[in-house]
Design a protein around this ligand. Sequence first.
Ligand SMILES: NC(=O)c1ccc[n+]([C@@H]2O[C@H](COP(=O)([O-])OP(=O)(O)OC[C@H]3O[C@@H](n4cnc5c(N)ncnc54)[C@H](OP(=O)(O)O)[C@@H]3O)[C@@H](O)[C@H]2O)c1
Length: 348
Amino acid sequence: MATTTAARKTKTRPVTRDHSRSRIAESNIPATMQAAAIDRFGGPEVLTLHTLPTPMPDPGEVLIAVDTAGVGVWDAEMRDGSLASSRKKFPLVLGTDGSGVIAAIGSGVRRFKLDDRVYSYAFENRKGGFYAEYVAVSAKMTAHIPKTLDLEHAGAIPTTGLTALQGIDDALHLKKGETIIIHGSTGGVGSLAVQFAKLREARVLATASGQDGMDFARRLGADMVMDGRHGDIVAAAREFAPDGVDAVLGLAGGEALERCLDTLRPGGRLAYPNGIDPEPKKRPKMHVIPYDAVPGVHEFDRLGRAVEAAKLQVPIAAAYPLVDAAKAHERLAAGLVLGKIVLRTLQT
Ligand SMILES: NC(=O)c1ccc[n+]([C@@H]2O[C@H](COP(=O)([O-])OP(=O)(O)OC[C@H]3O[C@@H](n4cnc5c(N)ncnc54)[C@H](OP(=O)(O)O)[C@@H]3O)[C@@H](O)[C@H]2O)c1
């Protein structure tokens, strides 16, 4: 259940009653909020609980009382400063996505009303990220949660769901009966991409790490699974698709991905979200499609429909309270995460 403004004990901000500017929840929004933020780049230990001013929505924005925030590998790169575009304005609240309820609405926004249950994706949001009790984001990057998910599971998928669906549909244009290797199937994106590929009635060979990972990928619907760290990818793919696979979705860079590409048929497609490291090498007769996840009204509509049609399972590997955001980052760094790690504001 979402943390409501009424439940908060902090000092409240004198809220504007100018309804031409924004519609505000009846219960006052606190002047300050708890957020997991950094004051400098560094290891997980630099991520600590801060008391910060609650952001307010400008025209075209909504204020979300956050229930769940996703924890992604890109958050760790923002935290340690290795992400090229990392902003250097501190304190920096991390978190690119999450879910919650609408607590205030900026002028010009008609799609939402107070207390609507929403999820949102806003990369490097200028008013701070989702590791917070409140986030002010563009309404265009926000949508009502799919009917089949609760707030916790919806909060785990804005970034990974958009990335998985757009990889399968927009980058690869995967069709019924085609064969695909989803490399890195146990991660945040991969665990959803397997299900979206099955929704499109493709045949899926999933690479995973270890027996637990293979069992996990099989449960998500993969037709064949293999250990991508220790198994013979080329031999497995030959058995799976003797004439070569039609497509590869690369969610982890390196030697194992190169072995996946050895098994593509001539004219086959490789798609990968920008950020995998190292980037795969280009080869003759291979269509290479690097891409970024795109949020938007239309994109969230499509995601919502696909989530409901697939009866999407959203595996949550671990949920931490905001105060333990550093522990969540340590867990992420340890690897072998089956699905997604999330932060929950209620547990602060
Ligand atoms: N540009 C964009 O818009 C965008 C959006 C989302 C994601 N991304 C990028 O996409 C990538 C995937 O994101 P994610 O959230 O899914 O990351 P993730 O949760 O870390 O998933 C990557 C998965 O790959 C697995 N893996 C690594 N090497 C493997 C191997 N040899 N065989 C089998 N599995 C292997 C990892 O397993 P282990 O746990 O065993 O290591 C992990 O489960 C990241 O690089 C991210 O930065 C980009």
